[in-house]
Design a protein around this ligand. Structure first.
Ligand code: FAD
Length: 411
């Protein structure tokens, strides 16, 4: 058998699982080279990022060194940024040099989309990376700290206003966590006259939060926002964000903490050939291969996998099952067998809504309340990729049931 080199770009959900599945097939096979490329040295479990930003769990709990994942067969890992792909030369161009491939898996995920709204990139906080989570946690602590020392009432109010722009799942989960962090933990360490001035907003451009979610989840989420003292502004498209605050029409919410969760777009990657794209995503065949590029697979948030009503959503759940099919199809191609089409059946939707509250669906079951919260935690706990992480998160969650959150600044 001729030696084959499989290169995986991105070690997020799609990339790391593709690696794991391929490694199972090709364990100690000297004719296969598996190569992972990622701009950071770790895999990040994004669904629990909001808990890091609000002191619920430690950052160590949701990162996993990529080197540990590839330890078994000591496959190649390049910690560098991918720039472009030459389909003709079968080369990936990275900041650290060129990497050749026989089969390529592209899974670089998504990035913040500001939709061109002025000031978003300059004056907002985000929740996409570990650094984002640290910056947000530090900002919450810093503003509360500063507000305690400020006499001017308007300035105090501005410092203590937190506005989450985007009423999707990330925005809603984050809002309830911020509320618990401030009212449940920081309130024990700061004077009541500071905490009583805190206001948390969720700003949504359209008339409904959680687009695409079942109605009963939306209803539960709205109840949770009320319970957590979060003000919901619907039909409020943001026009600009400045140092002063968030502007819509004549109105402005004055704040130093605008948190943008309103949208993501796929990471854009250069190609030396025409590649069909839809909404910035790369259109894939049912087998997850790129049209006219049978040796390239695109997975996760970067892939446009057409469905009856658009394309598959940008979810970790989708990325992980695509990884399994892509790995099978690469094995098939190497063995000279036809690749098989991918199909996706959603296992359900889960949304955490603060301590002991969650709502969602599992199959046809609609669940809410403490039981669903426990289910939510158990499912995410099982999805963590190593036992080390599961033990750490389990311990942190057990502690957080009885004790306050961690108020150390993020670093
Ligand atoms: C805060 C938050 C909460 C979420 N919660 C959920 C949830 O509860 N359930 C759910 O199903 N989904 C959730 N998602 C969505 C989920 O995280 C994504 O759909 C999933 O991560 C997509 O997997 P991916 O492999 O395509 O991309 P990612 O997991 O983002 O991986 C992309 C990888 O590529 C690397 N990379 C990016 N650009 C480059 C480059 N140029 N060069 C080299 N490396 C690069 C990144 O460092 C990263 O490791 C959440 C997302 C966020 C941000």
């Amino acid at each position: 058998m001729q030696k084959k080199r499989i290169v995986i770009l991105g070690a997020g959900f799609a990339g790391i699982y593709t690696y794991k599945y391929l490694h199972k097939y090709f364990h100690q096979n000297k004719n296969i080279e598996l190569v992972l490329v990622n701009k950071t040295s770790y895999f990040l479990f994004t669904p629990l990022l909001h808990e890091v930003a609000t002191g619920g769990i430690s950052s160590d709990d949701i990162v996993h060194p990529i080197r540990e994942s590839i330890g078994c067969c000591l496959s190649e890992f390049h910690e560098t940024e991918v720039e472009s792909v030459s389909c003709e030369k079968k080369i990936v161009k990275t900041k650290g040099g060129d990497i050749s491939y026989d089969y390529l898996v592209i899974s670089l995920g998504s990035q913040t989309n500001s939709f061109g709204i002025p000031g978003v990139l300059e004056h907002s906080y985000f929740l996409k990376t570990l650094e984002d989570a640290f910056a947000l946690k530090n900002q919450i602590i810093d503003t509360i700290e500063k507000a305690g020392a400020v006499e001017d009432k308007e300035e105090k109010k501005r410092l203590l206003t937190y506005a989450i722009i985007g009423g999707g799942p990330t925005g809603i989960e984050l809002a309830t966590e911020i509320s618990e962090f401030i009212f449940g933990t920081l309130s024990r360490y700061y004077k009541p006259e500071v905490i009583k001035n805190v206001r948390i907003f969720v700003i949504q451009a359209t008339g409904q939060i959680l687009p695409g979610f079942p109605n009963f989840v939306r209803v539960e989420a709205e109840k949770a926002l009320k319970r957590e003292k979060i003000e919901l502004l619907l039909n409020t498209p943001v026009e600009k964000i400045t140092k002063k605050g968030i502007f819509f029409g004549e109105n402005c919410i004055e704040t130093e903490t605008a948190i943008w969760t309103a949208g993501v777009s796929p990471v854009s990657l250069g190609f030396d050939q025409d590649i069909e794209k839809e909404k910035g995503k790369i259109v894939v065949e049912p087998t997850l291969q790129v049209k006219n590029q049978k040796d390239i697979f695109v997975l996760g948030d970067m892939a446009y996998f057409p469905t009856e009503d658009g394309c598959l959503p940008a979810l970790a759940q989708v990325a992980v099952v695509q990884a399994k099919q892509a790995a099978k199809n690469i094995v098939a191609l190497i063995n000279g067998v036809a690749p098989q089409p991918f199909s996706f059946h959603s296992k359900g939707i889960l949304l955490s809504l603060g301590k002991l509250h969650a709502a969602g669906t599992i199959g046809k079951l609609k669940l809410k309340g403490p039981f669903m919260w426990w289910v939510w935690r158990t499912i995410y706990w099982m999805k963590l990729i190593t036992w080390k992480q599961r033990i750490k998160v389990g311990v942190d969650w057990a502690i957080s049931l009885f004790m306050r959150r961690d108020i150390n600044r993020g670093k």
